[in-house]
Design a protein around this ligand. Structure first.
Ligand SMILES: *Cc1c(COP(=O)(O)O)cnc(C)c1O
Length: 484
């Protein structure tokens, strides 16, 4: 695929107008109807973050001696994060580009730590409750650490007995989440860390989404179990500034219990003709803007600012929770302790409810095992609780009515099951594409009604086929759409 560079440059107006026009099909998160991807602390904070980002737009934190200002920002961001997360004077860490990079670093560090401290281990293993974020699978894929998945209990929290039983001589790391993304519940970190300690291995808390929310939720008086460095067996924590820290995207922290452990993360190469090269994390060039914006928002909001936001968010969460429980036919899965939750149903096709909500402008991610809709409630939603609940009740009523479309969905499902048994893989992926057009794809390429498609995906008997289908989609998304 090739696209020629424009022969001559366009004007600034032309360039910006073109991109502005393209945005009309994008999710409009500003209206507070999107429940993933974007976090916001409101317009005033946004203005500060943007200004700080722009101030350090060109600077590169690859070389910390070149920009002492950014070095100060990063060390203060890490220090403030460590203090929020129960750290003492020994806790160290780095900023990274996001939760995934922080998690990659934690897994790499565990592997390198094990080379020194568990030299007999040839194929290291890490224990992941099934709800742990796919970034750990990515780390497994990149770094050759074997993922060992363990079940969660009825309450969707990691099953400690199963984790204990999964420990082998090759286990180097146990992972728990605070909270795990799918259902918003906090794993029993203290117990997981105790298992790690008994076995002399590492324990990582993935507080990517909770790290900058739970400390404030606790301070407001809500019950939050111990999950951070106050638990003695926890050896590393990932926490994303670009989520409930409200920083600009590209900002997370990876923290370690002490310098000796973090040492395994660092990289240096001394034989390059270009000079001595050293780098703490995955990236080479590190954008100064993201570091500066994180420092700016933490100092702009301060503890009082984060507390005030968390208070309003938790009030909205309580209202949403109660509202959902009052709608017959749907329920909240488990007992989420923060501001993430999943909505399920025993009697309805919950994906149909999701599609009805989409038709009303609400964006809720679809989950499976069991089928559910995901919500991340944050500051942008606090004024929308009533309309959300009204639309949700209406969507549930619609999804409960028998209709033509659902009959169509059933036929599609049956066709998919038949096809996956009879057809070669490539044909199946073609069929998936057809199916998505059958169930309605808007001009933006976003499926308007995903219930049939998602139901079909979930029903593919062979997960390997599904993976190929998904990778086909990833390839498609890196190709240009039809010009329009
Ligand atoms: C968001 C998230 C991640 C991954 O973070 P990215 O910034 O998207 O890379 C990891 N774990 C949990 C629990 C998350 O919510």
């Amino acid at each position: 695929m090739t696209i020629p560079l424009p022969k001559n440059g366009k004007t600034k107006e032309e360039v910006l107008a073109q991109m502005q026009a393209w945005r009309q099909h994008d999710l409009r998160w500003q209206e507070g109807k999107v429940f993933s991807l974007v976090f916001s602390a409101g317009q005033e904070a946004l203005a500060v973050i943007k200004e700080a980002y722009a101030m350090f737009f060109s600077e590169n934190m690859l070389n910390p001696t070149a920009f002492p200002s950014l070095r100060r920002c990063e060390t203060e961001v890490v220090g403030m994060s460590a203090s929020l997360l129960g750290g003492d004077g020994y806790v160290v860490g780095n900023m990274s580009s996001g939760g995934t990079e922080s998690i990659l670093m934690a897994v790499l560090t565990a592997r390198e730590w094990a080379k020194v401290n568990k030299p007999a281990v040839k194929q290291p293993e890490m224990i992941l409750p099934i709800t742990a974020h796919p970034a750990f699978e990515k780390a497994a894929h990149y770094f050759g650490v074997k993922p060992v998945r363990t079940p969660v209990g009825e309450d969707f929290r990691a099953d400690v007995a199963a984790v204990r039983a999964a420990v082998t001589a090759a286990t180097i790391l146990i992972v728990g989440s605070a909270p795990a993304y799918p259902h918003g519940v906090i794993d029993p970190i203290a117990e997981l860390a105790a298992v790690a300690q008994e076995n002399g291995i590492l324990c990582h808390t993935d507080a990517c989404v909770g790290g900058f929310m739970l400390p404030f939720v606790r301070k407001l008086g809500y019950a939050v179990p111990d999950f951070d460095f106050s638990v003695s067996g926890v050896t590393s924590i990932s926490a994303d500034l670009h989520k409930y820290g409200y920083a600009a995207k590209g900002a997370s922290v990876i923290l370690y219990r002490n310098n000796a452990l973090r040492r395994h993360q660092l990289f240096a190469y001394t034989d390059w003709p270009g000079g001595i090269y050293a780098s703490p994390t995955m990236g080479g060039t590190r954008p100064g803007g993201a570091i500066a914006a994180a420092w700016a928002v933490m100092n702009y909001l301060g503890e009082a600012g984060y507390l005030a936001i968390a208070k309003q968010v938790m009030q909205a969460v309580t209202a949403v929770n109660e509202g959902i429980r009052a709608i017959p036919g749907i329920y909240v899965l488990g007992d989420p302790q923060m501001s993430l939750m999943a909505i399920g149903s025993e009697s309805l096709d919950i994906y149909e409810v999701g599609d009805e909500m989409s038709a009303r402008g609400w964006q809720l991610d679809r989950q499976h095992y069991p089928p559910s809709l995901h919500m991340t409630v944050h500051f942008a939603h606090i004024g929308n609780v009533e309309t959300f609940l009204r639309d949700l009740a209406a969507s549930v009523r619609m999804a409960g009515k028998p209709g033509l479309r659902k009959t169509g969905n059933k036929l599609l499902l049956a066709a998919a099951r038949l096809a996956t048994r009879k057809l070669p893989e490539r044909w199946v992926s073609k069929l998936m594409g057809r199916a998505s057009s059958l169930v309605g794809v808007s001009g933006s390429g976003l499926p308007e009604r995903s219930a049939a498609m998602y139901g079909m995906m979930g029903s593919l008997p062979n997960r390997g086929d599904l993976k190929e289908v998904v990778l086909d989609l990833v390839e498609q998304f890196t190709q240009p759409q039809d010009a329009s």
